[in-house]
Design a protein around this ligand. Structure first.
Ligand SMILES: C=C1C[C@]23C[C@H]1CC[C@H]2[C@]1(C)CCC[C@@](C)(C(=O)O)[C@H]1[C@@H]3C(=O)O
Ligand SMILES: O=C(O)CCC(=O)C(=O)O
Ligand SMILES: [Fe+2]
Length: 381
């Protein structure tokens, strides 16, 4: 396991108060890192993670959601069949005609850009703390000391049940100050749009699995998702590092919007395949929690993000989660005699704790989590 707080300080330390769990603060400042003659070893990734750069682009057609919004049954059947094929194959698909305003997507990217352009000291003042998921992170140095991702992230929670609330605005104002009220408003709208889109996708997933069409929608109605901006600066030695290493997302679904630079790759048909950016599409992937909610029928998708030498790349990510203490259990229809139940009851809070404190997400997170959960339960007094 590699989750010790980093003692490494790549750039002159700023005057930061650190918590006892933070043994040091790595400052991810690409303009300073650029001046170092070699890529610091902490950013090097092993051959098996980097190798076999995608030669092909994924050819799957995007799923058109128009029919769903218009209640066109034939179109819904067609789209849910396409979703089923994608989720049985690799757990990844793109959606178009999703109903989210292009101007809202653009505005959200712009607000994230403005955030990442803040001085490093301001970003570090709201840094993500060990064990937590929210705040600013430079290269995830608060969690790992090797195989650092060449990226910075800014994350916060979005609670689904708050409807048209202003919890995101209030949170952003409280951490960044009143001048970020407008940014908070944009994020709030974007999160609402992502929540609504996630509920549509969950309904289509239910149809595609042949279970009660509202099963997942209702399950996630009071969920608590995570919104994140990823910023991948250009890297002189892009071939030696990764923006996000190969992993499956532990959450339920991920809805991602990437800019036009490109870099997202998914592992399908035994090879890495590039996902060509489409500004009008959202990329959706199945995560470990949904894999459990489908009793293993739908695959949690293996993916990574490569960086490049010239251009900064950005993505907006909405990690969909249920309410944290809700029991994760597949619908009864998917746990028949011929398809025995594959996973024990667990909660997102358990899996989140496992991935934050005991494990680095990979393709076997769910399997290893189940073993951990069982042994934890057995050792509790
Ligand atoms: C529970 C979580 C851990 C991560 C953020 C949320 C949902 C996805 C996870 C993550 C993206 C999976 C890949 C590795 C990771 C460290 C990352 O590169 O960002 C993961 C997240 C995290 O801890 O930030
Ligand atoms: O930025 C990307 O394209 C991928 C990011 C990702 O996989 C993640 O944040 O989980
Ligand atoms: Fe991911």
């Amino acid at each position: 396991m590699d989750s010790s707080a980093s003692t490494l300080i790549l750039c002159p330390p700023l005057n930061l108060k650190t918590t006892p769990r933070e043994k040091g603060v790595l400052v991810f400042d690409p303009s300073l890192l650029e001046k170092q003659s070699n890529l610091p070893t902490q950013f090097l990734w092993p051959h098996e993670d980097i190798a076999y750069a995608a030669q092909d682009e994924l050819k799957d057609p995007p799923i058109n959601l128009n029919g769903f919004f218009n209640g066109d049954q034939e179109a819904i059947n067609f789209a849910t069949k396409q979703i089923k094929i994608a989720c049985l194959n690799h757990g990844f698909f793109q959606v178009i005609n999703h109903g989210v305003d292009a101007s809202l997507i653009r505005a959200t990217h712009e607000q994230m850009d403005a955030f990442f352009k803040l001085p490093v000291s301001e970003k570090l003042a709201i840094r993500r703390k060990p064990g937590g998921l929210c705040g600013y992170s430079g290269a995830h140095a608060h969690r790992f000391s090797s195989k650092l991702p060449w990226k910075e992230t800014f994350s916060f929670t979005h609670k689904h049940a708050n409807g048209k609330g202003i919890d995101v605005v209030n949170h952003i104002k409280s951490v960044l100050g009143k001048e970020f009220e407008q940014a908070g408003g944009v994020y709030q709208k974007y999160c609402e749009a992502m929540k609504n889109l996630s509920l549509v996708i969950l309904e289509m997933l239910a149809i595609s699995l042949g279970v009660d069409r509202l099963y997942y929608r209702e399950f996630f109605e009071d969920g608590s998702s995570i919104m994140r901006g990823n910023n991948y600066p250009p890297c002189k030695e892009a071939g030696l590092t990764l923006g996000t290493g190969p992993h499956s997302d532990p959450n339920s679904l991920t809805i991602l919007h990437q800019d036009q630079v490109g870099g997202l790759e998914i592992f399908s048909d035994n090879k890495w395949q590039a996902v060509k950016p489409r500004s009008d599409a959202f990329v959706v992937n199945i995560g470990d929690t949904f894999m459990a909610l489908s009793n293993g029928r739908y695959k949690s998708c293996l993916h990574r993000a490569v960086v490049n030498e010239e251009r900064v790349r950005r993505s907006l990510v909405y990690f969909v989660n249920p309410q944290e203490d809700k029991v994760i259990r597949a619908p009864q229809d998917l746990m028949q005699r011929e398809e025995p139940r594959l996973y024990p009851d667990f909660t997102w809070s358990d899996l989140r704790e496992f991935t934050q404190n005991h494990y680095r997400a990979d393709t076997t997170t769910l399997q290893n989590f189940v073993h951990w959960l069982i042994s934890e339960k057995n050792t509790q007094p």
